[in-house]
Design a protein around this ligand. Sequence first.
Ligand code: NAP
Length: 303
Amino acid sequence: MSANRIIIAGGSGFIGRALTLDFLARGYEVVILTRSPRTRADAAREVAWDGRTPGEWCQWLESARAVINLTGKNINCPHTPANLRDLIASRENSVKILAETIVRLNVPPTVWVQASATGFYGDTGDRICDETSPVGSNALATICQEWEAAFQTAKLTATRRVILRIGFVLGRDGGALPVLRRITQFFLGGTAGSGKQFISWIHLDDLVRLFGTAVENADYAGTYNAVAPNPVTNAQFMRELRRVLRRPWSPPAPVFGVKLGARLMGSDPALALISSRCVSRRLKHSGFTFQYFNLPEALINLV
Ligand SMILES: NC(=O)c1ccc[n+]([C@@H]2O[C@H](COP(=O)([O-])OP(=O)(O)OC[C@H]3O[C@@H](n4cnc5c(N)ncnc54)[C@H](OP(=O)(O)O)[C@@H]3O)[C@@H](O)[C@H]2O)c1
């Protein structure tokens, strides 16, 4: 067994793919827990699990350096009662089975880095939220609260624990940016709703460095907002995206238009209309430095 091994549960997705490349490049062994393992061209290994019951996958956690858990049904779906149940269950179940596995190991992983989301704070409006702010009261906040509660109640004494409440991740090959880019290129990149709702974004490269730091720096423990220091409003975000893509002003989408668009795209309007104005007091104090501090540089780099 290897003290150099990083286990990435749910590592086949958008964030996990970037983390895998980074950890491999830095000489780690990477094991991805996935429901659909494939043979890979790189040195990472995909191991089958179902995200809720024990199996042969458990042995890979023995003596691992870190467990990173990104597992969860994608939030980009209509938030019907049935989907909300699946959104919570896929997250809670994965946390519970990882915790149950870790307590049985002879040598548990040094650190467990658990994904959560800035949705924890609910619809923040203009209020600035940091890690000390209370949980919100909408459906996304409930998902995050239950997700984190499963993690916090796990009885693990020998494993350092970190929660990253991740904001809106900006990357080239996944997440919402490629969709926004496409609609903006088709001259539909107007503001959504009032445009006053905030977006707490983070460049994927900074998020990857933050996961790496959380694994390697033993001072990191507890909860951090994984967001760049300067959140922007939806109107500012769309204006900047149009500028970078050299598109003219586009008509705003009223709330009913956002709802219709979300329905046509199999998404949920809350993702575009809810305000999330978050900063990270704890990352600032920890001395974490962002490569992408302001939105314009991040968008120029990505699009
Ligand atoms: N991307 C963002 O902007 C963002 C923002 C805030 C928080 N987050 C959180 O960060 C985590 C990773 O995000 P991501 O963008 O990389 O997500 P993603 O691309 O959807 O990847 C999540 C992975 O979870 C696994 N999964 C999905 N449904 C599952 C289920 N029912 N049971 C077990 N496993 C399931 C899938 O792996 P397999 O199909 O291979 O099993 C999938 O690749 C997620 O929990 C997400 O909520 C992301």
